[in-house]
Write a protein that binds this ligand. Structure first.
Ligand code: KIV
Length: 295
């Protein structure tokens, strides 16, 4: 699409470097998407990999170009995009356009759509109906759902229908009201339940399992006990992969931060300074300058 008056066609992020052929996790993917088999193979080789949340095409493109093999469209969008206090309010209808945008923005990453609260708990049939919408309407390559042994029928039904499933155990934020807050899970005798949940998910056909906020020792034990990759968040350094919400990773979310978080940038300060600099220029009549004018 060309514009008149000498304005060149716009690209989303012309400054980004060329895509690398080698993605994190020792996975090479030239002109193709990562598959769940690539991830299971990475575990067998002992290669670790990162997963990042994303909710829009622009960040999806940036993370995909950086070589991140798995993008999660998390229901954390309820909090970091929509401004809710929990992940509970977001709906399937609200998440489908986000997943579609992430699929459009990426070309190599496996895109995992998070099943929102209330879209799968009722029955395997309900889970299949919801997951099929993510696949058909948004182009998702896999779905994630929370829970262990209790969602085994749902996981089996989806896998039998041809939809790869990522499990999620430990601190499951959709159960915050039962758990009594965002608390560490699996301490003491609760550890056995979580190990049983991990094995149930593997047996049902899950291709990977998120382990959220649990003792590092327990996550290490689970990682050794299953053949599918484990993806830690607040679960120590011995899982096969790690995941973070991108706004946390890049320092956009305000404190207080959970103990497990190490922000790798301070986007909040950078963006605040840039916006203030622009606003000051506007007020002072210094923006736009002559070289931003059209002639
Ligand atoms: O919704 C989400 O972002 C998640 C990750 C934190 C695992 O479930």
């Amino acid at each position: 699409m060309g514009l008149e008056n000498g304005v060149k066609e716009m690209t989303i992020n012309p400054a980004l470097p060329e895509k690398t052929e080698q993605l994190y996790g020792g996975i090479s993917a030239t002109n193709r998407r990562i598959t769940t088999r690539d991830l299971v193979a990475a575990k067998a080789r002992g290669d670790r990999w990162p997963m990042i949340t994303t909710y829009d095409a622009l960040t999806a493109q940036l993370f995909d170009d950086a070589g991140i093999p798995v993008l999660l469209v998390g229901d954390s969008a309820a909090m970091v995009v929509q401004g809710h206090d929990t992940t509970l309010p977001i709906t399937l209808d609200e998440m489908i356009p986000m997943v579609a945008a992430v699929v459009r923005g990426s070309s190599r990453a496996l895109v995992v759509a998070d099943m929102p609260f209330g879209s799968y708990q009722l029955s395997p049939e309900q889970a299949l109906g919801s997951a099929a919408r993510f696949v058909k309407e948004a182009g998702a390559h896999a779905v994630k759902l929370e829970g262990g042994a209790r969602v085994r029928p749902q996981v089996s039904a989806l896998v039998e229908a041809g939809i790869p499933v990522m499990g999620h155990i430990g601190l499951t934020p959709q159960s915050v009201n039962v758990l009594g807050g965002y608390r560490v899970q699996g301490r003491g005798s609760d550890a056995d339940h979580i190990i049983t949940d991990a094995k149930a998910l593997e047996a049902a056909g899950a291709f990977a399992i998120v382990l959220e906020v649990m003792p590092a020792e327990l996550a290490t034990q689970i990682t050794a006990a299953v053949n599918v990759p484990t993806i830690g968040i607040g679960a120590g350094n011995h899982t096969d992969a790690q995941v973070l919400v991108w706004q946390d990773l890049l320092g956009l979310t305000p404190p207080p931060h959970p103990r497990f978080l190490k922000p790798y940038a301070d986007l909040r300060s950078i963006m605040t300074s840039a916006v203030r600099e622009w606003a000051d220029d506007v007020v002072a009549g210094q923006y736009p300058a002559d070289d931003q004018d059209y002639v």
